[in-house]
Ligand binder design. Structure first.
Ligand SMILES: [Zn+2]
Length: 267
């Protein structure tokens, strides 16, 4: 069994309901902020990081800021990025695969379909390309040539009781992570559902590669988790409110997902 942590390194207030829901409800221009996380899966034998977040280069380019750079936020969770050996990259969007040089000893776990998507013909369309960064993708390609990427095709085991599952939908090779915890099988859904509302109402986030796969992904994450409350959306600010902090002094950055929530997730 594993301890699972949500590590919040950034927030972004500049989004609205219209931006976050394919079928926006009520007040289309009402603010609907997003949080940005990296995740830690660990036990006595191993520490796995899920997601590397966005780096300073992309933050500057896109006029975003971090509350703590991911490396620093991970350190607050007791994780030394330079010692991590396994990093699961849910997909290659700029905010999920940046700064991989912070993990010099890691193998990066990526789906075949995601690398093909991020380096193929669809990137000639701005609709798909704008969520990627050529530099971030090139860094991962360089890691391929250094023998530091392990490719997966669909479902695969990363470690005992830690598996990845390709859902596609939001990005062609999006993968979610299933982990055994003391409360059951927990699913780090990444952008299969950015927000609880996306999943609860089957109302997708409107950045879409394949809409049918996106709807199928909602079913997949529900099937993989022991209970709906064990599905963790990729960008929902409620995650920080629902779960208890790892430590009081880092309460605004690190919460524990492998224990009972303080507030039941709205699913
Ligand atoms: Zn994404």
């Amino acid at each position: 069994m594993y301890e699972v942590l949500a590590v919040r390194y950034a927030t972004y207030a500049g989004r609205t309901r219209r931006d976050n829901l394919l079928r926006p409800d009520g007040h289309l221009d009402a603010p609907y902020p997003l949080d940005f996380f990296v995740w830690v899966v660990r036990n006595a034998e191993r520490t796995i990081v899920v997601d590397t977040g966005f780096d300073e280069r992309e933050a500057r380019r896109r006029e975003r800021s971090t509350t703590h750079p991911p490396r620093e936020a991970l350190a607050m969770a007791g994780v030394d990025a330079s010692a991590v050996q396994d990093v699961i990259v849910p997909h290659l969007h700029f905010d999920h695969a940046g700064g991989i040089e912070e993990f010099p000893n890691a193998t990066f776990h990526v789906q075949d379909a995601e690398m093909a998507f991020a380096t193929g013909r669809y990137m000639t369309h701005r609709h798909f390309a704008h969520a990627f960064s050529a530099e971030v993708v090139c860094d991962m390609v360089r890691a391929v040539f250094q023998g530091r990427v392990r490719f997966h095709d669909g479902t695969d085991e990363i470690a005992p009781n830690v598996t990845v599952h390709r859902t596609g939908g939001h990005s062609a090779g999006l993968q979610v992570v299933r982990v055994l915890t003391r409360t059951g099988w927990l699913v780090l859904a990444s952008d299969a559902c950015h927000l609880y509302q996306n999943l609860r109402e089957e109302n997708p986030f409107p950045l879409i590669c394949h809409l049918g796969d996106m709807y199928e992904a909602f079913r997949t994450v529900r099937k993989l988790a022991t209970a709906p409350g064990l599905i963790i959306p990729g960008h929902d600010p409620l995650v920080m409110l629902n779960y208890p902090p790892l430590r009081a002094d880092t309460a605004d950055t690190v919460v524990r997902l492998d224990v009972m929530p303080v507030i039941s997730p709205p699913l």
